[in-house]
Design a protein around this ligand. Sequence first.
Ligand SMILES: CC(C)(COP(=O)(O)OP(=O)(O)OC[C@H]1O[C@@H](n2cnc3c(N)ncnc32)[C@H](O)[C@@H]1OP(=O)(O)O)[C@@H](O)C(=O)NCCC(=O)NCCS
Length: 364
Amino acid sequence: MEGPKPSRSEDYSHIVSFLNEQLRPDQEWSIANEYPTAITPHNHLNMHIVKDEQKIVSHALARDLIIKSPMSLFKVATIGSVVTDSKYRNQGLSKKTILNCLEAGAERGCDFALLWTDLHDFYSKMGFQLAGSEISYNLDRPVRQSGEPLNYIEGNRVSAQAIAQLYNKHTVVSLRNASDIQKYLSIPAMRVYTAWDASNRLRAYAVEGKGIDLHGYIHEWGGDLPDLFSLISFMQKKNNMSYTFIAPLHSQNLHRQLQGLGFKSNHGYLGMFKILNARSLFLKITNYARSVGLVDFVLEAHEGDQFVIGRKGKTYQTDSLQEITSLIFGPSTPNQLKDFDPETRQIIEKILPLPMWVWGWDSV
Ligand SMILES: CC(C)(COP(=O)(O)OP(=O)(O)OC[C@H]1O[C@@H](n2cnc3c(N)ncnc32)[C@H](O)[C@@H]1OP(=O)(O)O)[C@@H](O)C(=O)NCCC(=O)NCCS
């Protein structure tokens, strides 16, 4: 057995064949088309493999995202395409491959790793935990029409540049250029809807489905709310179907409006997180706190995995990275951790949870 180790460029086509055989046996498209910025020859060093007699038997990849939030830029290793050949399972190969991927991610300076899965017990063995927030709504009846007449188009032959402009108005985004968006627009089994005004300006977009995932989910969207709601109404009417609409917790105006229309919000997790560089992550958070005048805010990582949070003179210490992770990304609130005094609690709540989100096209 050889590995786990980063793949070489000549392994790339074998990896894609292995992933297609194992994970997409009945699809007419290649898995590489579903994850065009992750499964690509450029990312081969972040694709970790185990070989047995020259044959790939286990794989996991990381694709780095730079996430821009009002607080800071975060470097995030998103982990995906984790699979071991069925004949080689339960020998610890995936665990080793994932840990190898995470170690490399930490060395590249990633603040944390993030993945999406139903196998919570499996990934918790590698230190991942459910955290962050995803708010969803079942849009089972018309949302609302804006007064202005818009022209609605279904199809992916739309300007990546126009989508980029609306996308970049979001509070939290991963850095993408128009060429990334162009690749995302070609993902199979995905429906893209856009709304245009009389002067042919893109006013809203909404994306449903993504390869074998996210059928019925609107996971990427943008535009002002009246325009977006009109677009969704058009989708509901045209396809005579309801949609699950997912949104970040920090989209407060959107939540107010949907809840005002009588839609019930469901609180889920954003994904499974694992902090890789606590010091760098905590420094970004404390720098932000200082920049907004909260000079007493304390969040530190000490030798021996001791973590300290609070305000100067009133700190709370824990050796549980889990507690700290759940406080940083949510959903824990300070009170669920400890009986902080009101002033400390207020300071922490001004900073945490971090506004964090990954749009659907970026999931791996
Ligand atoms: C899930 C999968 C990747 C595990 O691969 P593997 O090489 O057999 O896993 P490992 O042997 O490294 O298992 C590591 C640990 O997880 C446990 N584990 C393995 N599969 C598990 C599962 N499906 N659910 C929960 N725990 C699991 C093992 O018992 C082992 O526990 P231990 O460390 O306490 O002994 C493999 O079953 C697979 O390829 N499945 C199909 C593709 C898939 O579902 N990928 C994950 C997509 S998110």
